[in-house]
Design a protein around this ligand. Structure first.
Ligand code: PA5
Ligand code: NI
Length: 184
């Protein structure tokens, strides 16, 4: 009688386990996140932008959280669907992302405002250092799923990025274009 561990289904990226927490983030939950706020308001409805499935494990110091984000394909205006993005409340805490399916980008930004983009695909491994904000962007036509592991004590600080990331990613002429922005 060996222990049956939680499992990621390779085809769907779905996390399977008895103890699962789920959170859906919809268009209406993301005011002022996309460049074209008017386009966002026109899409408000039941549309889910991303779902997070998380193992219900201990938040104690030294323990790790594990979750899978499923970021759906779509755009607000020309801007690809993306997660809200955050720094960790405990700034020094890092995180690992692992691409499961689909294609996209991981936007990383330091506290000094230096931003960079890493390609995300099935099998990609992303080491997010401490003091680095992170956001997933789905530039493909299928669901982008990525597994994340982070310290239970890390916490999320969304407010620190209220003025936005320095890079936005758009579809232009059917190609993926990253643009530097002055303010959000
Ligand atoms: O821990 C993480 O970084 C992820 O699990 C994110 O929380 C998840 O992708 C959702 O993004 P956000 O928390 O920015 O809404
Ligand atoms: Ni995080």
């Amino acid at each position: 009688s060996f222990i049956q561990p939680p499992q990621v289904a390779w085809a769907s990226g779905a996390l399977a386990d008895g103890l699962l927490l789920r959170k859906s983030t919809r268009i209406e939950d993301l005011p002022d996140v996309f460049a074209d706020e008017h386009a966002r308001q026109q899409l408000v409805g039941e549309q889910v932008v991303y779902d997070v499935e998380m193992l219900d494990t201990s938040p104690a110091e030294g323990e790790l959280y594990t979750g899978v984000t499923h970021l759906y394909p779509g755009r607000v205006g020309c801007e690809y669907f993306m997660t809200r993005g955050h720094f960790h409340a405990r700034r020094e805490q890092g995180e690992v992302y692992f691409g499961l399916r689909g294609t996209g980008l991981l936007l990383l930004q330091t506290e000094q405002g230096d931003a960079r983009l890493e390609k995300v695909f099935a099998g990609s491994v992303h080491i997010i250092p401490g003091f680095t904000a992170h956001r997933l962007i789905n530039t493909g036509e299928e669901v982008l799923s990525a597994l994340a592991v982070w310290p239970g004590i890390a916490g999320h600080d969304y407010a620190a990025l209220a003025s936005g990331f320095r890079i936005r990613v758009f579809e232009e002429n059917k190609t993926v274009q990253a643009k530097e922005v002055q303010n959000g």
